[in-house]
Each structure stands twice: as structure tokens, then as C-alpha cells.
Ligand binder design. Structure first.
Ligand SMILES: *[C@@H]1O[C@H](CO)[C@@H](O)[C@H](O)[C@H]1NC(C)=O
Ligand SMILES: *[C@@H]1O[C@H](CO)[C@@H](O)[C@H](O)[C@H]1NC(C)=O
Ligand SMILES: *[C@@H]1O[C@H](CO)[C@@H](O)[C@H](O)[C@H]1NC(C)=O
Length: 593
């Protein structure tokens, strides 16, 4: 049993608040000239692609067709750094604590959990179909979506679909795809990206023939590790041992011979960093570093097949004169680290490498060649896509549509939220060859934490509380590599951007306290939840001395009672209640002082 569940974990992968009726927001409707004017949307979703290891620099077609012709959102974040939960948040517009799909495998995650949470009836493709769109998807949807369970039930919401299925999802040369209601087809010996390209172009052709506008998602497995499994039987340790660098198409194997992981300050640092299990990692040997550089090169090579698909899609859209009426969105499910903080290749951490990820949008009215630092997250994407489609937004979205016009982006610089709610439950896994830890295991359990990323005019922090109640605070303006934890016992820091450290931390903790169980509006406007009068919009406002007592004395602090691998409420200490002022520990009157 344990094995089975861990097995799905490796293939990495209620708060039943979903409202049945979409609540239209009149401001969200784009002026529509006519049905045929509605834009098409193509979404390219890679797997585990980094922003911080500079993978985009190696993708010439992404550079030419998307970065030069569209807008790069440089402060785009996933809210949970793991494939399946992140994808569920992306396609539902809800934080993981509101989908309760928090893992890649049952009982806490995977396709079966997505279904049992009622989300198969209630996610983006279903809403787009209701709005008159034809919808297509090919590639990896979720984890634990398998050759055994793909039909019980089938994924809803797609006009055409061809999904990669476990346990073959991460086998670059032995994939299994499952089209519409047909049984799975095995592609032994063919490269998964070549197979995917054919399917993507096929769906594009189908979509173009129809009258209705279309949404097409293309979700290649690159640059995820290759995971070679032949059978579901056997020991979990054997599966784990089968992680290896991604396998590029033969035509790209020769590239980038001299390229190495960027040697940033936090790359295999001399001193340990982070907290909990991260802090106990040993420095990597030269042999380990060499292997990880090889791992990195193979990621860049494997991504060439994705770059090819970008070119293929753009040239087909151009040929059919649809390019000017099509939005192309390029992103990934979560980021990736290799060697930073001495970590073996992997994700699942709250560090910038894992959460700050590529997002590029091109299309009608989107500024060309722009790079913006407005704060956006994966929970913002479902609302964004509905808005682009001119469809009503939903009242239960935890995210806020991302502006794509020049004026919208400009306005967002002053009014858009400044926070990112990061969360995680379960374990982290090293995907390299070595495991570089005392426990001689690739698994790092108790990797359960809440995190807050906050980016303002004069501040740039990551604050987190772990399930063992260790705390982290990094000042990214002065410490971009997140090497100095200001809340470490050994830290001598007492002030932070002109304020006492305690004063700042009290505000950050309260903000995260709201966010860790927020819903809808309190996720988008958490300061409003703390200050219902609406007089506090950001950290700067909250630092006013008149709120000292409110934050430093009256509020409850985030605190776990134990570590759990899933969202078990009673392990997570005091809770914020959305519909009242219950989170206010003392008198709310300090507000008026
Ligand atoms: C989330 O799902 C798990 C597994 O089904 C369940 O035990 C837990 O209570 C759920 N959490 C919440 C807050 O509903
Ligand atoms: C591909 O998967 C099938 C089914 O598990 C297996 O029998 C076959 O040996 C695999 N082929 C390769 C090249 O790994
Ligand atoms: C995880 O945390 C629990 C306490 O919540 C502790 O009992 C257990 O030993 C920890 N496990 C590991 C592997 O650190």
C-alpha cells in the first residue's frame, strides 16, 4: 500500500467552495465586435522549466516569436512548486489550499484527487466551452493520470485531447498517449516531443477548420527528468533510482558542450544555507557538480524540441493569417534548482529558483519586447484566459486577471497586489545521481511550509514558516541568493529597510496568516482582510506606528502543531476565518487610533 502510494508520488504527482453559477464581472468583459473576432489562445506549458538558470536564453524561437513579440512577466510565480498541484491551481484559478490537491499522488493529490474534489466539472476548459470555445489539449495534464484510470472518468472539457499517461509520462523514448476516448497508444522508440509536435499541429488544423474560436494547450514533458519505469510492480527505491537527465532528440544531442549551471553566489556555497533539511546538506563534490552540469545541458537540449514546436505553431498560425488574433502564452508548472543551496536537481522548495518562473504572453494589444516586474501568479492565469476570451470571471477565483495591454500593465505598477502566497506539503526529492545528505536518501520528508513573497518599491522579501516552526526571512534586494536568513539564531540583524526587524516580521506573519487559508477576495486583497476600512494597501502602509499594537501584540502567530504530508487542518495551528473578524485576536479598534 505504502509502496503504491509512494509510487504515484514519484510520478510527480473540501473546502467545497466552488460556486455553481459564474458571477459575471461587468468590467471583465472585453468589447467584442462579433463572434469571429474572439481571439484564439494557445498555451504552451513546459514541465519544471527554470527562469533563474537562464534556460530561456537557449531557445531561439521563444526569443524571436514570443519574447521579442510579446511581454515577459519577470515576477511571475507558481504558488506551489510541484507539478500536479501547480497545474491544478493553474487550470482552476485557485490556491492549492482551496483545491486541496496538494501532492502528485493520492491521497493528497494526483488525477484521482482532482476528480474527487469535483474539479473535473469545474475548471478552465469547461468554462471556455461554456463560453463557446473549442478546446484542445495534448501532453501531460496531471500526475497519477494513468493507463489504468484515464477512463474513470475521462477528463472533461476538451473538444479534442491526447494526454500523456503515467507510468510513461516521463519516458522520453517510450511514451504513452491517450486520445479522446480511445485506449492508450504506445510510442516505443519515438521521441515524446516528436510525437507531441504531430499531435499539437493536428489539433491546430482541426481547430482552424471550425468556426468557433479555440483554446489549445500543448504540454510537453521537457525539461523534466527522464523516469524509466517498465512496470508498476517492485520496490519504490528502484523507481526512484530510475530518475535520470532528460533525453533530447538526437538532432540536439551535440549542443551546448561547454555550458554549465550559472555559478551564482548561491551555487554550491561554502556555508550551508536555508533551514530544516536544506541546512544539513553537505557541499557537493566536484564529481557531483560535473554530473549536475551534464544534467543541466541535457535540459537545455531537451528544450530544443519545445522551441521547435513554438516555431511550428507560430508559422502555422501565420500561414492561416491567425497570428494577429491569437494569444500565445508560454509558461511552466514550477521552477527548478540545480546546485543552489547545495541542492541536488529538483524543485519543491520556496527558493526563488523554484517559484519564480517564465511567463511570456504575445497577442493582440500585448506590448512587444516589454519586460515587466508587476507581480503575477499561476492562480491569475485562469482569470486572465477567461478575460481574454471575453467570458465571465468567477467570484471564487483566488487570483486576479493579469493585464496584457500597455496601459493595464502601467496601471498595475501602482495598484496591483504585491504578494505571492506560497505553500507546500510533503517531501522534496533529489532527482540527480547523488543524494548528498546524511540520511542517504533522495527523499526529504517534512518539507511542509508556508511562504510569502512580497515585492514593493523599497522591499523584496521571502518569509516562511516551516512545519517544525523554523522561520526564514530573506531580503532579496541585498541578498538575491537567499543565503542569509535574517531570523536565524546566529543572525545579528536588528533592522530592515529602516524599521526594526520585529516590526516588519509581525506584519509579514499576519499577512501570511491571512493568505495561508485565504479564499477569493482575501487571497487577492489580504491587507483588506486585516484592515476592512481599506486604508492599508501594502506593507509600507501597514508599517505605520499606529498599527504596532495591532500587529505586534494582538495578532496570533503562524504555528504548526506537527508536520503532515497533506493539508490536515488541525496540524496547522490557529486559523484565519474569512467571514468574520475572528483572526483579530484583540480589539480591532487600534485601526481607528
Ligand atoms: C484535504 O484532503 C485530505 C485527503 O483527502 C483530507 O484528509 C483533509 O482533511 C483535506 N483537508 C481539508 C482542509 O479539507
Ligand atoms: C516500453 O514500455 C513497454 C511497456 O512497459 C515495455 O515492455 C518496453 O520494454 C519498453 N521499451 C523500452 C525501450 O523501454
Ligand atoms: C517529521 O516531523 C515529525 C513531527 O511533526 C517528527 O516526528 C518526524 O521525526 C519528522 N521526520 C523526519 C524525517 O524528520
Amino acid at each position: 500500500m505504502v509502496r503504491a502510494s509512494l509510487f504515484w508520488a514519484i510520478f510527480g504527482l473540501a473546502l467545497a467552495s466552488q460556486q455553481r453559477l459564474p458571477v459575471p464581472d461587468p468590467l471583465s468583459q472585453l468589447p467584442l465586435e462579433g463572434y469571429s473576432e474572439r481571439p484564439n489562445i494557445v498555451f504552451i506549458l513546459t514541465d519544471d522549466q527554470d527562469l533563474h538558470l537562464n534556460s530561456l536564453d537557449y531557445l531561439p524561437h521563444v526569443q524571436k516569436h514570443l519574447i521579442a513579440e510579446g511581454t515577459s512577466y519577470k515576477k511571475h510565480f507558481c504558488t506551489i512548486a510541484l507539478c500536479c498541484p501547480s497545474r491544478v491551481s493553474l487550470w482552476t484559478g485557485k490556491a492549492a489550499h482551496n483545491t486541496n490537491v496538494t501532492d502528485v499522488n493520492p491521497p493528497y493529490g494526483g488525477y484521482p484527487k482532482f476528480v474527487s474534489q469535483g474539479l473535473n466539472d469545474n475548471f478552465l476548459p469547461v468554462w471556455l466551452q461554456n463560453a463557446g470555445y473549442n478546446t484542445y489539449y495534448t501532453g501531460k495534464l496531471f500526475n497519477a493520470h494513468t493507463v489504468d484510470n484515464y477512463h474513470s472518468p475521462h477528463v472533461k472539457g476538451f473538444t479534442g485531447s491526447d494526454f500523456l499517461l503515467d507510468p510513461f509520462t516521463y519516458q522520453y523514448l517510450n511514451s504513452s498517449y491517450q486520445r479522446n476516448k480511445d485506449p492508450p497508444v504506445y510510442y516505443e522508440g519515438e521521441h515524446t516531443l516528436d510525437v507531441l509536435a504531430g499531435k499539437a499541429y493536428g489539433f491546430l488544423d482541426d481547430a482552424i477548420k471550425e468556426e468557433a474560436p479555440f483554446f489549445l494547450a500543448i504540454a510537453p514533458v521537457a525539461p523534466h527528468s527522464n523516469v524509466a519505469i517498465e512496470s508498476l510492480e517492485g520496490d519504490v527505491e528502484d523507481f526512484v533510482a530510475n530518475f535520470s537527465p532528460p533525453i533530447p532528440q538526437d538532432r540536439y544531442k551535440h549542443l551546448f558542450k561547454d555550458v554549465k549551471v550559472p555559478r551564482t553566489e548561491n551555487f554550491n556555497p561554502e556555508k550551508p544555507s536555508g533551514v530544516n533539511w536544506v541546512r544539513s546538506l553537505q557541499r557537493q563534490s566536484q564529481k557531483n557538480v560535473d554530473f549536475n552540469d551534464h544534467f543541466y545541458r541535457n535540459r537545455l537540449r531537451a528544450l530544443q524540441g519545445v522551441d521547435e514546436i513554438v516555431d511550428g505553431i507560430v508559422s502555422r498560425l501565420k500561414k492561416h493569417e491567425l497570428l494577429d488574433n491569437t494569444y500565445i502564452i508560454y509558461s511552466t508548472d514550477n521552477g527548478y534548482h540545480i546546485g543552489q543551496h547545495r541542492l541536488e536537481p529538483g524543485k519543491e522548495c520556496g527558493f526563488e529558483e523554484d517559484i519564480n518562473i517564465p511567463l511570456i504572453i504575445r497577442g493582440p494589444g500585448v506590448p512587444k519586447g516589454l519586460s515587466t516586474e508587476i507581480v503575477t501568479t499561476h492562480t491569475d492565469l485562469a482569470p486572465t484566459i477567461l478575460k481574454l476570451a471575453g467570458a465571465p470571471l468567477r467570484a471564487d477565483f483566488d487570483g486576479d486577471a493579469i493585464p496584457v495591454s500597455e496601459s493595464g500593465i502601467e496601471e498595475a505598477k501602482t495598484v496591483r497586489h504585491e504578494h505571492v502566497n506560497v505553500e507546500y506539503w510533503g517531501f522534496a526529492l533529489g532527482e540527480g545521481k547523488e543524494w548528498n545528505g546524511q540520511s542517504m536518501s533522495r527523499f526529504h520528508h517534512n518539507n511542509t511550509y508556508k511562504g510569502l513573497r512580497i515585492l514593493g518599491d523599497s522591499y523584496n522579501f521571502y518569509y516562511s514558516v516551516w512545519c517544525n516552526n523554523e522561520h526564514e526571512l530573506y531580503d532579496l534586494n541585498n541578498d538575491p541568493g537567499q543565503l542569509v536568513n535574517l531570523l536565524d539564531k546566529r543572525s545579528k540583524a536588528v533592522t530592515l529597510f529602516g524599521h526594526s526587524l520585529t516590526k516588519v516580521v509581525a506584519r509579514l506573519d499576519s499577512l501570511l496568516f491571512v493568505l495561508k487559508s485565504c479564499k477569493a477576495d482575501s487571497c487577492i486583497h489580504p491587507w483588506r482582510a486585516l484592515h476592512p476600512l481599506g486604508n492599508v494597501h501594502n506593507l509600507h502602509d501597514a508599517l505605520s506606528a499606529r498599527f504596532d499594537e495591532f500587529y505586534e501584540v494582538q495578532q496570533k502567530r503562524i504555528e504548526y502543531t506537527r508536520c503532515e504530508a497533506g493539508y490536515i487542518l488541525d496540524a496547522e495551528g490557529p486559523q484565519f476565518e474569512n467571514d468574520g473578524l475572528v483572526y483579530r485576536y484583540g480589539s480591532p479598534w487600534s485601526e481607528w487610533v
